[in-house]
Write a protein that binds this ligand. Structure first.
Ligand code: RM4
Ligand code: MN
Length: 388
């Protein structure tokens, strides 16, 4: 059986990154439902993220999305975050919300648009230099809607050129994290549709290029843990964008739609030693809270990742290995299911108390009065939303 002290130590050491955009107003293409008390500025997004860290103790970094989180002085923003007890994490480039990008960004047929998109990627590395961020995360909405619309092969060439230039701009401690997504907004072809495409580009680029697995970016029924195991084995898993999906890129709370899938994914991470900080796996949330309150939803999400992690850490790996070696199919399956079926909430409550936190982050946050305070304080201004 795993040593409980070691399990607790691993849970205390876990780090989960929050997305700044989870705190702004979001919705679907049908409607964005505004919520009261939503941040008007990047600083207020950081304030809200800091609340999630305050009550969980494991979420000390906030990913930013540029230009949604554009400011004049990024070193100052990093200092502001430090003042709130958190740090700026991954810098996400955004080359999908400009009229110029109708036919794509770095894969666009017009070299002028490609230059503009690349300039933005390079600007994001400048921002990383100022904030001390390690990761540049690239997701491209590029693709085509109709057969014949553009050359699939030519677009791959243009993509490679832009990635090469962005990669060359990185310093030795920075990484380029390439994210794939099956479809949407393009419907016929997507220029980085799957892990294989992302992996091929990363291998060509070099060791500092890794793949991001966004759990919402696969076809229904895809075995994501298999992809994770392969990428880990190849040393090319940069990290996760965690969320839940029922149908497409739903961006719901991680572990909500299929907590067992999250457990299976994290089991592969554990098997490969990926919970070790040195493995460099980034555990990030990429979610939108359209109808639920945002800070509690982020708390719930962090707790869902912690619960799945705790269950994985409780797997009796010796019994599992012995059963696998002996061809004991049911025994091996039982070793996993025993851990999965354990109620780890009391264990996590203990971990929090040992960290000097409230055992129940959700209740502690609700009691704090912060939710009421931001509704009362944040009057006027423009609430943060997609595109601002
Ligand atoms: C994309 C992708 C990116 C995220 C944007 C908002 O679908 O998941 O990671 O930054 O959405
Ligand atoms: Mn994502």
């Amino acid at each position: 059986m795993p040593d409980l002290t070691a399990v607790k130590t691993a849970l205390k050491a876990q780090r989960i990154e929050l997305p700044s955009w989870a705190f702004g107003n979001t919705g679907t293409r049908f409607k964005v439902f505004a919520q009261p008390g939503v941040p008007r500025t990047v600083q207020e997004k950081i304030d809200d993220a800091a609340q999630v860290h305050k009550y969980t103790g494991v979420a000390p970094t906030v990913a930013v999305h540029i230009p949604w989180d554009k400011v004049a002085d990024y070193a100052e923003l990093a200092a502001y975050a430090r003042g709130q007890g958190v740090a700026i994490g991954t810098v996400n480039a955004n080359v999908f919300q400009d009229d110029d990008y109708k036919l794509g960004s770095v894969c666009h047929p017009d070299p002028r648009v490609r230059r503009k998109a690349l300039a933005h990627l390079l600007e994001c590395v400048d921002i990383m230099d100022a904030t001390g961020s390690q990761d540049l995360k690239l997701w491209f909405a590029d693709g085509t809607n109709y057969p014949g619309q553009d050359s699939i092969a030519a677009r791959q060439g243009r993509l490679a050129e832009a990635l090469d230039a962005a990669y060359r701009r990185l310093s030795a401690s920075q990484r380029l994290i390439l994210e794939y997504k099956l479809f949407e907004p393009a419907f016929y072809t997507t220029d980085v549709p799957d892990w294989g495409t992302a992996y091929l580009h990363c291998v060509r680029l070099g060791e500092q290029a890794k793949v991001c697995v966004d759990t919402g970016h696969h076809a229904p029924g895809t075995n994501i843990e298999f992809i994770v195991a392969l990428l880990l084995k190849a040393g090319r898993l940069g990290g996760f964008d965690f969320n839940s999906r029922f149908y497409a890129d739903d961006d719901l709370m991680v572990g909500a739609a299929d907590p067992f899938q999250l457990f299976r994914i994290l089991h592969e991470v554990h098997t490969a030693g990926g919970f070790d900080r040195a493995a460099g796996i980034a555990f990030m949330l990429d979610q939108c809270h359209n109808i639920e309150p945002k800070i509690p939803a982020q708390l719930r999400s962090v707790m869902n990742v912690q619960e799945a992690t705790a269950k994985v850490l409780l797997i009796d790996t010796d019994a599992l290995a012995a059963a696998q070696q002996a061809g004991d199919v049911l025994g091996a399956n039982a070793a996993l299911m025993d851990a999965y079926n354990t109620d780890v909430r009391p264990l996590l409550a203990e971990v929090r108390v040992e960290l000097g936190l409230d055992p129940d982050p959700m209740a502690a946050y609700q009691r704090s009065g912060y939710a009421e305070k931001i509704v009362a304080d944040r009057i006027g201004g423009t609430p943060a939303s997609w595109g601002s």
